[in-house]
Design a protein around this ligand. Structure first.
Ligand SMILES: NC(=O)c1ccc[n+]([C@@H]2O[C@H](COP(=O)([O-])OP(=O)(O)OC[C@H]3O[C@@H](n4cnc5c(N)ncnc54)[C@H](OP(=O)(O)O)[C@@H]3O)[C@@H](O)[C@H]2O)c1
Length: 248
């Protein structure tokens, strides 16, 4: 019986570590072709080589999601090399938490550019192909912070609320084209994400929280696989999950 994953062409932004990398591994093992985008090209190339050695089909394309042309080139490569795009996983993100009063304007701008504009550029790159195909699946990554705001997390939470709003608008608009949309909102998952924090005291606190509570990244990969593997007429729109021990 088909798992509805085998043979699908899946483009993943932020595939060089954490959730993106884990998902690339998981879906490749289930027979998907994965097209990996990130700035650390050495990492995605060696991941693509490893997945290929294991019998999978994988491609690495250097991509900065703050540049719409680069995101378009990533998706265009997927279609040129693999013939189509079935899933666009807009996963790249960062979380440089800090209290607003510290005025970390560069961090705010980077967070907005990657977490919001990067997702929009992914939608812009994938949507024309999916409309033409009359099929496809756009999966955006929000967060528990897309549901709850915490001190020092206002800008990050604002971007993740935005991802949910964009995803809901997208869901309604793409109905005529038979395109599925999912927004996944994880709690604390053990990845490199806390390393994007530039304020030392905040970084220490978040690292402690992650060390105490975070769960492995394959939890996220399984959520992606769950949404993908439903029959095509079933559109899983939202998944919110946390570590069992996480209160927030
Ligand atoms: N881990 C968690 O607890 C958690 C919880 C909720 C939501 N999330 C979300 O999950 C997503 C993945 O994060 P993660 O936890 O896996 O963290 P991670 O290990 O730090 O991975 C972040 C990924 O985003 C990529 N990225 C950052 N800036 C980029 C840019 N300008 N262009 C292209 N790629 C860029 C990084 O690749 P390069 O640096 O190589 O470009 C990396 O592959 C994020 O959207 C994050 O907000 C994570």
């Amino acid at each position: 019986m088909s798992n509805n994953i085998q043979g699908k062409v899946v483009v993943i932004t932020g595939a060089s570590s954490g959730l993106g990398e884990a998902t690339a591994r998981f879906l490749s093992a289930q027979g998907a072709s994965v097209v990996l985008g990130a700035r650390r090209v050495d990492r995605i190339k060696s991941l693509a080589d490893e997945l290929t050695r294991r019998g999978g089909k994988a491609l690495a394309v250097a991509t900065d999601v703050t540049d719409s042309d680069q995101v378009k080139a990533l998706v265009d490569s997927a279609v040129q090399k693999c013939g189509r795009i079935d899933v666009m996983l807009n996963n790249a993100g960062l979380m440089p938490h800090s209290p607003l009063e510290r005025l970390k304007i560069d961090d705010w701008n980077r967070t907005i550019d990657v977490n919001i504009k990067g997702v929009l550029y992914g939608i812009a790159a994938a949507l024309p192909y999916m409309k033409q195909q009359k099929s496809g699946h756009i999966i955006n990554v929000s967060s528990v912070a897309g549901h709850k705001v915490t001190p020092a997390g206002a800008v990050y939470a604002a971007t993740k609320h935005a991802v949910r709003a964009l995803s809901e608008g997208l869901r309604q608009e793409v109905k005529p084209y038979n395109i599925r949309t999912t927004v996944i909102s994880p709690g604390a998952v053990a990845t490199e994400l806390p390393n994007s924090i530039t304020e030392r005291d905040v970084s220490e606190n978040i690292h402690k929280f992650y060390e105490a509570f975070a769960i492995p990244a394959d939890s996220f990969a399984r959520a992606v696989a769950f949404a993908m593997s439903q029959p095509e007429e079933v559109d899983v729109n939202e998944i919110l999950f946390r570590p069992t021990r996480q209160e927030l």
